[in-house]
Write a protein that binds this ligand. Structure first.
Ligand code: SF4
Ligand code: SF4
Length: 173
C-alpha cells in the first residue's frame, strides 16, 4: 500500500513563493510537454508526476523511485520553462528544488552531488568555464563569462549547512 506523508505536501504549501497553488494542478501535462528534459528523455523524466506526488504526499514512493533512478528527480535543469507555461501558475521548478532538498536530507542524492556541490562552494560554478568556451564567447562578440561572486556564494552555502550534508554524503558513499 502507498504510504502518505502529509508533511511533504505541507512543506510545498509552506514554500515562500506560490506553494499554496499546488492544489490547483489539474494534471494537464503542459509542463511535461514543454520540458526540454522530458522531450529528450521521454517517460524517464516527468515534472507532472513530481507535482502529483507532492500534492498526494507520496514521499516514500518518490524516494524509492529516486533510489532506483536519480534522474527522475535530478534530471531537472531548473530552466523554468514549465513555470512559464503552467496555466495554474504553479512554481514547478521551486517544488522540484524542494524535492531535491528532501532527497538530500534523506541521504538519497546522485553520485555527482557531493563533487558538484564542493565545486560550487569553491569556485561558484558546478562546471568551470573552459578556455575553448571563453574563446567562442569572444568570437561571438558576447565577451568573457561574467565574474562569479564565489566568496559570497560560499558564505551563503556555509550558512545553510550544505557543507555538513556533503560531508555526510561523502562518508556514506
Ligand atoms: S502544467 Fe501546471 S497544471 Fe498542468 S500538469 Fe503541469 S503543474 Fe499541473
Ligand atoms: S525546470 Fe525542470 S521540469 Fe521545468 S521545464 Fe525545466 S527541466 Fe523541465
Amino acid at each position: 500500500m502507498v504510504k502518505i506523508d502529509v508533511n511533504l505536501k505541507r512543506a510545498v504549501l509552506d514554500m515562500m513563493m506560490g506553494g499554496d497553488k499546488l492544489s490547483y494542478c489539474f494534471q494537464c501535462g503542459i509542463c511535461n510537454d514543454v520540458c526540454p528534459v522530458s522531450q529528450r528523455w521521454g517517460s524517464r523524466y516527468n515534472p507532472r508526476d513530481l507535482v502529483l506526488f507532492s500534492a498526494l504526499g507520496f514521499k516514500e514512493a518518490l524516494v524509492s523511485a529516486v533510489v532506483k533512478d536519480p534522474f527522475i528527480l535530478w534530471g531537472c535543469t531548473t530552466c523554468e520553462t514549465c513555470d512559464e507555461k503552467c496555466p495554474a501558475e504553479i512554481p514547478i521548478t521551486d517544488i522540484i528544488s524542494l524535492l531535491k532538498n528532501v532527497s538530500v536530507s534523506l541521504g538519497v542524492a546522485p553520485e555527482f552531488y557531493p563533487s558538484s556541490t564542493r565545486a560550487v562552494m569553491e569556485s561558484g560554478m558546478a562546471i568551470p568555464v573552459q578556455p575553448a568556451v571563453e574563446k567562442r564567447r569572444v568570437g561571438l562578440g558576447i565577451g568573457p563569462a561574467p565574474l562569479i561572486p564565489a566568496e559570497e556564494i560560499r558564505k551563503l552555502m556555509l550558512a545553510t549547512g550544505v557543507d555538513k550534508l556533503v560531508k555526510k554524503q561523502e562518508e556514506t558513499a
